[in-house]
Design a protein around this ligand. Structure first.
Ligand code: 13P
Length: 250
């Protein structure tokens, strides 16, 4: 069965609830009836409620950008899986490079969060990717292998059924430098190989691997033409409804 493409927006720390409302009022009519790809928008926590109310009755899903791995507890400032589910969130980004880089998120934390998301029934989008120094030192494969191995640790194929992975080379994020479709495709194959080892070959055949890093309306078609690339995780270009709709309709 072919893998259904998924185009996801990661708004990072942009847009307040008023701007979120305005985005969806413009965006939803532009993608009405679009069924070829799954569409997910991941706004900041504070916008989730408004976003979920707006997408009701549409084909667009809403995800969070992070979560805590405990069910509840004294963790000031954190949000747990049950809270996300209760407001109608279906997806969650885990281990984004900005969380790893600026908030000390380790491979082990990514693993805890992935287990918690799967346990709760959320669809996790786990991000992996090398930084520029690692690529230049020829360490890309080692880094991707380690990140996958540690993220997938002690999770069964059955539990991981909803898993989605995003390959985001850190040097391509917000820089305007996109990985070439071929380079992205090679990284995706490697990730798929790791998923085959951690879970099973059948699992990895069905696993959707998104590409992220300076995806724009102008370069999305070339990326999506690769059979290894099952979708995109879009930052900057997802903030404008017209540009994100153009990406969705590549
Ligand atoms: P940009 O599309 O702004 O490069 O961001 C990519 C990203 O980090 C998505 O998660």
């Amino acid at each position: 069965m072919p893998r259904k493409p998924l185009i996801a927006a990661n708004w990072k720390m942009y847009k307040n609830p008023t701007q979120t409302l305005a985005f969806f009022q413009e965006f939803l009519p532009m993608v009405a009836g679009h069924t070829r790809d799954e569409i997910v928008v991941c706004p900041p926590y504070i916008d989730l409620y408004v976003a979920i109310a707006e997408v009701k009755g549409s084909l667009v899903a809403v995800g969070a950008q992070d979560l805590h791995w405990e069910k509840e507890g004294a963790y000031t400032g954190e949000i747990c899986p049950g809270m996300l589910l209760d407001i109608g969130c279906t997806h969650v980004i885990i281990g984004h490079s900005e969380r790893r880089q600026y908030f000390g998120e380790t491979d082990d934390i990514v693993n805890f969060k992935l287990k918690a998301a799967l346990e709760a029934g959320l669809t996790p989008i786990v991000c992996v990717g090398e930084v520029l120094e690692e690529r230049e030192a020829g360490l890309t494969e080692d880094v991707l292998r380690r990140q996958c191995l540690r993220a997938f640790h002690a999770i069964s194929a059955k539990k991981a059924a909803k898993l989605i992975v995003a390959y985001e080379p850190v040097w391509a994020i917000g820089t305007g430098k996109t990985a070439t479709p071929q380079l992205a495709s090679e990284a995706h194959s490697l990730i798929r190989g790791e998923a085959a080892k951690a879970f099973s070959p059948v699992f990895s055949d069905n696993l959707r691997i998104l590409y992220g890093g300076s995806v724009k309306p102008e370069n999305v078609k070339g990326l999506m033409a690769e059979t290894e690339i099952d979708g995109a995780l879009v930052g900057g270009a997802s903030l404008d409804p017209k540009s994100f709709a153009a990406i969705v309709k590549y």
